[in-house]
Ligand binder design. Structure first.
Ligand SMILES: NC(=O)c1ccc[n+]([C@@H]2O[C@H](COP(=O)([O-])OP(=O)(O)OC[C@H]3O[C@@H](n4cnc5c(N)ncnc54)[C@H](O)[C@@H]3O)[C@@H](O)[C@H]2O)c1
Ligand SMILES: O=C(O)[C@H](O)[C@H](O)COP(=O)(O)O
Length: 362
């Protein structure tokens, strides 16, 4: 997406050093590069910093502001991918148990781009949703309840807050012993926000006692290091890939390309649709016997990611392998890339549309 007269210098995200960026006009990163004074003090021509991610906890925003360097993230770029990770995990889990997600009460903590879209899709399915988002509540929006109430009432809790360590609503160790103790019997706790939002040591101690609780972790405290003892207690363990759809990655890059064009007063790039390929499997004809999880798994089966990650947990170089799993992640598309054809059952058609599939009668 970045071409023409641009001189591109690619540096591995964890290895990037001050010398690499000293002469840069633009710095484009992902979540594993700390962007702070140590990296940028020597960079005197920098016109912009961009991160092709939703999260910004790796950017020292105060420092960037003090240097008047504009910075951009890519809000919402991979939100649908994260929502689909949650749905894939939950539909599979309850099918395995002979239960249905549709009968559960789901708590969503952090109702922004990811959490908000998750609530929309669940509510469209008829699932009861409890929402917690103190910043939005304080801004005068309605429909939110306290974190304690979510933990006490929900069958499933999905964490989608940013990692914030200061201010009025810090999320660092938002979930510790006290919150975990409130979980209902048989509850499911899913974190696809940032690892340190859950106190991982407290979670391990809790899961050792409360074997009825199911934990699903895509994000870990101290990434790329993963606590193998904790992972062994977790039902689905994945290497921070919830947002890794091809669609989401291209959207993020495209948003930064647009920001760069604005900053540099250059022409805007072509529409994103010009870059997004048609999915390898883009249509399927099914009968009314098909299950929602079977269709979801055709697009994305989270168990593949779980299996790949578990193999790395026994390796001496586990952190290197965690990064490699992410770097070499296979092409994954979003639900909307699959057209489901042939269903006569109107209710099932509506459910599939509600969770994001393209559905046609014929
Ligand atoms: N696992 C992944 O692959 C992946 C992918 C995308 C995003 N993320 C993470 O998920 C986070 C959320 O993404 P998003 O796009 O929804 O961000 P967002 O900024 O759109 O939404 C975050 C929401 O959390 C709320 N919030 C902030 N502090 C809170 C607190 N202490 N308690 C409850 N709510 C709080 C905010 O008010 C906001 O509504 C990102 O910041 C990123 O760290 C992870
Ligand atoms: O914040 C985000 O958007 C996500 O956590 C994102 O998936 C992180 O991916 P990375 O930048 O590490 O490739």
């Amino acid at each position: 997406m970045f071409s023409g007269d641009v001189v591109l210098k690619q540096v591995a995200g964890r290895q990037m050093s001050a010398g690499d960026v000293a002469d840069a006009d633009l710095l484009l990163v992902r979540s594993i590069t700390q962007v702070d004074a140590a990296l940028l003090d020597a960079a005197k021509h920098l016109k912009m910093v961009g991160t092709a991610t939703i999260g910004t906890d790796h950017l020292d925003k105060d420092y960037l502001t003090s240097r008047s360097i504009p910075f951009f993230n890519a809000p919402g770029c991979n939100a649908d991918a994260v929502v689909e990770y949650d749905l894939a995990v939950l539909f599979n889990l309850f099918e395995e148990r002979g239960e249905s997600l549709l009968d559960k009460t789901v708590g969503v903590v952090g109702v922004g781009n990811v959490g908000g879209r998750l609530c929309q899709r669940l509510e469209a399915l008829g699932v009861k949703v409890l929402k917690n988002d103190p910043p939005r509540h304080a801004a005068g929006e309605s429909g939110f309840i306290a974190l304690d109430e979510v933990f006490a009432q929900a069958d499933v809790i999905c964490l989608h807050t940013p990692l914030v360590k200061t201010g009025q609503w810090p999320s660092y160790h938002l979930v510790g012993e006290a919150e975990l103790e409130r979980l209902k019997l048989g509850a499911v706790l899913l974190n696809a926000g940032r690892g340190p939002v859950i106190d991982n040591q407290a979670l391990l101690g809790f899961l050792q006692q409360r074997t009825d609780v199911t934990a699903i972790l895509d994000v870990w405290e101290h990434e790329p290091q993963v606590d193998a003892t904790l992972a062994a207690r977790v039902h689905i363990a994945t290497p921070h890939i919830a947002g890794y759809s091809l669609d989401g990655k291209l959207r993020g890059t495209h948003m930064l390309r647009q920001a760069a064009a604005t900053v540099l007063d250059a022409p805007q790039p072509p529409d994103l649709s010009e870059f997004l390929p048609v999915a390898a499997v883009n249509a399927v004809t099914v009968s009314d016997d098909v299950t929602i999880s079977a269709l979801i798994n055709m697009v994305y089966d989270p168990l593949h990611d779980d299996r790949r990650m578990r193999k790395t947990l026994v390796c001496d170089d586990q952190p290197v392998r965690f990064d490699l799993l992410r770097k070499q992640y296979p092409v994954r598309r979003e639900f909307a890339s699959l057209r489901v054809i042939g269903l006569r059952d109107r209710a099932l058609r509506e459910q599939l549309r509600a969770i994001g599939f393209s559905v046609d009668l014929a």
